[in-house]
Design a protein around this ligand. Structure first.
Ligand SMILES: *Cc1c(COP(=O)(O)O)cnc(C)c1O
Length: 383
């Protein structure tokens, strides 16, 4: 019987069999022609890595057990003890914690670069052993958009590699390699898999040498992703384009709605004309502005609490990018470990709420937000 499944089955196996010594020689002689041991390679994790690699227009990719593992692998690809890295000040909390708490122990030091200085002259920040700059295409939680080409030029002028965490944008909106980035990272946990049911990551390389390094790092540090998680992520990825279009449409409608609310002070969404990088976002992206937005209520914990309790369609769940909407609170979660001064510098205050807008019918989301704001107004009046 010849079985030809349309979809790649889940190769839930830790090891593969060899017919004889000839086949073993093929494994070593023709890399990619056979599988041996799933930590070193598995058809499901390769399928995921290849699919993201194709979307990002890379030359090779690895799938990892989480987005954090992907960031670790990317830094290890370029750095060794005694090296120094630059990191955008607006960065995922896990990335700065990894650099501050763990990589520092391995002798890799970090300097944070404020948003305004990223795409200019980096010389004031560069040391003799600075290797790379890590940044995000669209930052969290203020949705600042980085000028990737200018940042890549600034990096390359100083001999640094540019590592871009493209989790918020996805390759549907922006492809960092089109703007000369050197490595692209994703928390696959977010939009790539898209259903809040997988923890995974990926690193994509633009040159073969980096792809080889990543492969070895993944094998030897054991950063590998499991077959089942890979399979789920591949299934999610198939609808990425459709989902992103729907996320963006809904987020835009909600951003416009939020702007009209008297209790909302500011709305941060790259699709709004008054967003400081709106034009850049439009030219650097595919005229899509993402599914994430944040907004500022009065800086009163009780106002925030009331909003959170009142909304039914935006449960407080500190992650993002699922097909179902959710809400997060940067001050209490992702940016909790920053000093009060750093929080102020980044604009993360008591009243800041972040929405991950899902793909539900938008009128249902708007109706829910309407009643949540009515309830906030009521609370403010009775206090
Ligand atoms: C979630 C996230 C990460 C970390 O990914 P995990 O899959 O949670 O390990 C890294 N970068 C960004 C921008 C993220 O949102």
């Amino acid at each position: 019987m010849h079985i030809t499944p349309k979809i790649t089955p889940i190769y839930q196996t830790s090891v593969f069999k060899f017919e004889d010594l000839n086949e073993l020689e093929l494994y070593y002689g023709e890399p990619g022609s056979r599988y041996m041991y799933s930590r070193n390679g598995n058809p499901n994790s390769d399928e995921l890595a290849d699919a993201v690699n194709l979307l990002e227009n890379g030359v090779g990719a690895i799938a990892t057990g989480s987005g954090m593992a992907a960031i670790f692998a990317a830094i290890m690809a370029y750095c060794t003890a005694g090296d120094h890295v630059l990191c955008a000040a607006d960065i995922y909390g896990g990335s700065s914690a990894l650099l501050n708490l763990e990589l520092s122990r391995l002798g890799i030091t970090v300097t944070y670069v404020p948003f305004e200085d990223l795409s200019t002259d980096l010389t004031p920040y560069v040391q003799s052993r600075t290797r790379l700059l890590l940044c995000e295409t669209i930052s969290n939680p203020l949705l600042r958009v980085i000028d990737l080409r200018a940042t890549a030029e600034a990096c390359h002028a100083c001999g640094l590699k540019l590592v871009v965490d493209n989790t918020f944008a996805t390759p549907i909106i922006t492809r960092p390699f089109d703007h000369e980035a050197d490595l692209v990272i994703h928390s696959v946990t977010k939009y790539i898999s898209g259903h809040s049911d997988v923890t995974a990551g990926v690193v994509v390389a633009r040159v073969a040498e980096d792809a080889e390094r990543l492969k070895q790092i993944s094998m030897l540090f054991g950063l590998t992703l499991s077959p089942m998680e890979s399979w789920l992520a591949v299934r999610g990825l198939k609808t990425l384009r459709l989902r992103i279009e729907a996320h963006c449409r809904n987020a835009e409608a909600i951003a416009l709605f939020l702007e009209q609310q008297p209790t909302v002070r500011t709305v941060h969404y790259p699709g709004l004309h008054q967003h400081p990088q709106h034009l850049l976002a439009a030219t650097q992206g595919s005229q899509l502005f993402g599914g994430m937005l944040s907004f500022q209520l009065e800086d009163e914990a009780e106002v925030v609490n009331q909003f959170m309790r009142a909304t039914k369609r935006f449960p407080f769940a500190p992650s993002l990018a699922g097909v179902d909407s959710s809400l997060s609170y940067p001050l209490g979660t992702s940016h909790r470990s920053l000093t009060p001064q750093q929080q102020v510098d980044l604009g993360i205050t008591v009243g800041l709420i972040r929405l991950s807008v899902g793909i539900e019918p938008v009128e249902e989301l708007l109706t829910d937000l309407e009643q949540a704001f009515a309830s906030v107004t009521h609370t403010m009046q009775t206090n």
